[in-house]
Design a binder for this molecule. Structure first.
Ligand code: MG
Ligand code: ZN
Length: 186
């Protein structure tokens, strides 16, 4: 059993944001009303909590760096997410965000492993005790670079990402976070 379970946000816990219209970068959840949980996602977090592992989110949110939303907007979205999770008996131990524009070439934007490494350091665990559940190839690449187990879910971008993820060596692929959490419990 993993001591630390890291989760991507969009496409794993909640639906991916809608595409933008022409000229609008889109694809960012900018307000609490745009946050919609994937069925079974909050309950899956609760079941991970019940296993006794730490659960944290690692999410790229370059909409902040692009000026599409403010840090306060993002904080309001995350307060809403935590409230929705709480209603399902679930809790996140921490939320890590990369708010940077890709051109800033920061160490935290996935596929770079910065957020995952920070989480492992903060929770006092190493790669073999950690997994990262994501729906994109860049999540897989971040997990591999951080030395933890990559897990792919087929929600969000995951079905599309599956062939590339498997080619990169991902062995654990599940239909959704609920199925992933169930397998982690056994
Ligand atoms: Mg995602
Ligand atoms: Zn960053």
């Amino acid at each position: 059993m993993y001591r630390l379970v890291l989760l991507d946000r969009d496409g794993v816990i909640n639906h991916r944001p809608p595409p933008g219209h022409d000229g609008d970068p889109g694809n960012y959840i900018k307000t609490p009303g745009e946050w919609r949980p994937i069925a079974g996602g909050p309950e899956a977090v609760a079941s991970l909590n019940a296993l006794g592992c730490c659960v944290a989110v690692c999410t790229n949110q370059s909409g902040v760096g692009r000026g599409v939303m403010s840090a306060a907007d993002l904080a309001a979205v995350h307060r809403h997410m935590e409230t929705a999770l709480r209603a399902a008996g679930a809790r996140l131990d921490r939320v890590y965000v990369c708010p940077h524009h890709p051109r800033e070439a920061c160490a935290c934007r996935k596929p770079r492993p910065g957020m995952l490494c920070a989480a492992m350091r903060d929770f006092g665990v190493t790669g073999p005790d950690t997994c990262f559940v994501g729906d994109s190839k860049r999540d897989v690449d971040a997990a591999l670079a951080a030395g933890c187990e990559p897990i792919l879910v087929r929600t969000g971008n995951g079905a599309e990402a599956e062939p590339g993820a498997r080619a990169a060596g991902v062995r654990r692929v599940y239909d959704d976070l609920a199925a992933a959490a169930q397998s982690l419990a056994t």
